[in-house]
Design a protein around this ligand. Sequence first.
Ligand code: DC
Length: 233
Amino acid sequence: MEQTRLIIAVDGYSSTGKSTVSKRLAARLGYTYIDTGAMYRMVTYRAMQEGILRDGKVDDDRLKHALTAMRFDFKYNTRTGHHESYLDGKQVDAEIRGLAVSNNVSLISALAYVREVLVSKQREMGREGGVVMDGRDIGSVVFPRADVKFFMTASPATRARRRYEEMRATNETVSYEEVEANVLYRDHADSSRAASPLIKTRDAIEIDTSETTIEEEVEQMLAVIHARHASRD
Ligand code: DC
């Protein structure tokens, strides 16, 4: 018998390893992985590129207009084994992961009209189930009735070190202090914004990644998912 294809929500602070475990979970389950953070990053990138965001100020009318035409796609590259993000058909992973976009993305993701457009696209992408979606508001807003909800945490120092190593690996010249400041700033901005702040819903299962390996986390999460399957099928 074919198993029900579930909606799995993975929320949490930045650099807790959400995207790494979500990709592995999706691969193990044969599900699609959707990186909603990349969508907020793509909007930020486009706004910076077109001068819609300048010196910390956003031209709301122009951004609303630009949003109506933006197309977001995710592809799994079987040759490289990487998940790729496309904005209007162009791959933009390197551009959207840099510090310039990271420093501005909280501003853009706090805008209610941006969230409205992206949430509606995310609901459409996950409508049929069989998805692992990672973000900040997946279990609270995008899919409040998701089949399984995880909430990932880790100490700020662990997260800053991970992010620093990740950025150094892509040859971006940044200092550890800059990365740590960005992690702390985004924690505060994500949790305190008025529009869909980051919260752990009561039905979310917390996964603390400070002391565990990725493999351990994935196994722990798969056990929860299999138990949920067993109660559904
Ligand atoms: O997961 P990430 O670090 O790539 O996300 C980038 C930013 O986008 C993050 O600072 C918070 C925001 N974000 C959000 O507000 N809602 C989501 N569902 C995903 C990300």
